[in-house]
Each structure stands twice: as structure tokens, then as C-alpha cells.
Ligand binder design. Sequence first.
Ligand code: F6P
Length: 342
Amino acid sequence: MRVGVLTGGGDCPGLNAVIRGIVRKGVTAYGYDFVGFRDGWRGPLEGLTRPLGIADVRGILPRGGTILGTSRTNPYQVEGGVQRLVAHLDQLGLDALVAIGGEDTLGVATRLHAQGVPVVGVPKTIDNDLSGTDYTFGFDTAVNIAMEAIDRLHTTAESHHRTLVVEVMGRHAGWIALHAGLAGGANVILLPEREFDVELVAGYVEKRFQFEYAPIVVVAEGARPLAGQMLVVNSETDAFGHVRLGGIGQWLAGELESRTGKEARTVVLGHIQRGGTPTAFDRVLATRFGLHAIDAVQAGAYGTMVALRGTDIVRVPLAEGTGALKTVPLERYAEAEVFFGS
Ligand code: F6P
């Protein structure tokens, strides 16, 4: 068997651990050969490969990023892209493909599988918002990085009697904000799942100052105030059409400063949350995903992806990972609200 492996979409701590698990088990248990595709779907689209043997995966377990490189290329958005991609898979004599990625990457995998390409998926995102799996690797690392930042910001905020607004990642779901905020003892947590009243947030901030403590406000990049409260449009996009980070955090700090009369600062954690070494939890989850993904190839379970259910790794249809995003239930948010302003 010859198996191609690719990583697509935003990078994520644990990708290398998945690749290592796939290759180590594939070679030692099943005697497979591997082809590494560079830069997500761009690899099979343009025939960009790299060797992927046991020697290539030694020492990569603790390394962030992906040795294969990544991109957001979508062959379905390229003229004749799918035909070119399938032709390259044939030329390389591939029997199967493992695609490691988020919504977009797995969406392409689902469509290719429907067209007869034997593909198995591995779900990935630091945002933890993919359906079909209880957790994705990379999330725990991102939460720990954000928590450590919040821990540090408490002391500087208190020394200067300032409000510290910490903007974390999460365009559509507030999992990182919720978990990092709870773990770091934030005084307010704002998520994309529920519009916030800036007046109420200012009230929480003032209350916290009354207790002689400085407030930490954790805001997800996709959180928005009630309609009519945001006068400045901050959904500016870059040359690639991506929404710029930092908009909501800056806006909110300005609003809180003017409403409370207390100095406010913004910290945008941005890509720090995606970089560097994965936590033990993510290394174990990613390794297990890799091992089970190659088992799925061996079982011929194409069109599926591996997923965590409780403590078990299971196989679910690829389409489950690309369905509606898994957002934070409002009951979970209500648990955190108890701490706001106190
Ligand atoms: O999808 C993960 C994520 O971390 C989002 O929370 C964030 O908006 C996005 O990636 C930013 O990624 P990039 O800068 O690579 O476009």
C-alpha cells in the first residue's frame, strides 16, 4: 500500500504527532509506503511531494507546526483542479490518502471521497469547533498559552489599576475564550455565541475596581456587541480576505476606558496560540488520532474520520466533521457568568 499524507488549513500544535503516529504504525504494523504532500491540497494539486519515512518523523513529536507545510488551497476553486489532483494521485500510484485538517480540508476530502478517492480524515483545529469529535488536538495547547498570559496580566493590571482586555482566537466559537477565561480567572468572558452589552461589561469592570482588584476581560476575536453599540466597523480584511485580528479587543478597551475612566490596555494573543510545542494532552490525542487513522486505511474505512468520544477514538463519516460548527452551549456560558464582575 502507498499512502499519501497532507495537512491543510491553519497550523496547529500536534500536527507532527499525528504524522508520526500514521507513519510509525503504517510502516511497522502494516509495511506501508508513504508520500508526504507539501502545503495542504496544493501538494496533490501541483504534484509537490516530499519523502515520508520513519527517519523523517523521528524527533518531530514535540515540534509545533507541520513538517509537511500547509495552505488553504481548495482544488474545487481552481479551474480543472480536481482532475489535476486525481491525475497526480494516479501517477504516484497511491492507494489511499490521509487528510489532516479542519472544516475546509475535510470538506474537500468529503467531496473527493464522493468522487471515488479513497480518503480518511483527521480533524484539526485549535478552536475546538468541529462537530463529530469531543475535542480536537491543539485546543488544549492554545488554552494553556492563553491561561498563562492571563495569569501574567493579572499582576501588571493590578499594579497599574488598569483594565486588561485579552483577545483570543475563535472566529465562530468561543471555546478558547471560555476555557482560558475560566482557567485564568477572568472577570468577564465574551464569546461569538452571544452578543454582549458593552454597558454591562463596563459595569462589571467598575465593580471589580471597587473590590480593589483590576479586571481581566477575555474576548474572542469573533465576539460582537449588541447591534448599534459598535460605531467603528472592525471587520477589515487583509489582502487574502482574512479578517484581521485585534479589532474587537482594541475597540472594547477604548469603550471601557471612556465608560469607566480607568486606563485600559489590549493584548492580542494571535498566532502565539497556534505556535510551539503541544501539551501532553494534545500529543497523546494527536498520536492516537494518527494511529487510528492508519488503522482506518488498513480497514478500508474510506470516507470516515477519526474522532474522540469520551476517552475512545472512533470512526465517524467525514461529513460529520464538516457539518454545523460546534459552538459553546449557552448553559456552559452561564456557568462562567457567575464570576463576572465579582
Ligand atoms: O481556524 C483557527 C484560527 O486560529 C482562527 O481562530 C483564526 O481566526 C484563524 O485561524 C486565523 O488564521 P490565519 O491567520 O492563518 O488565517
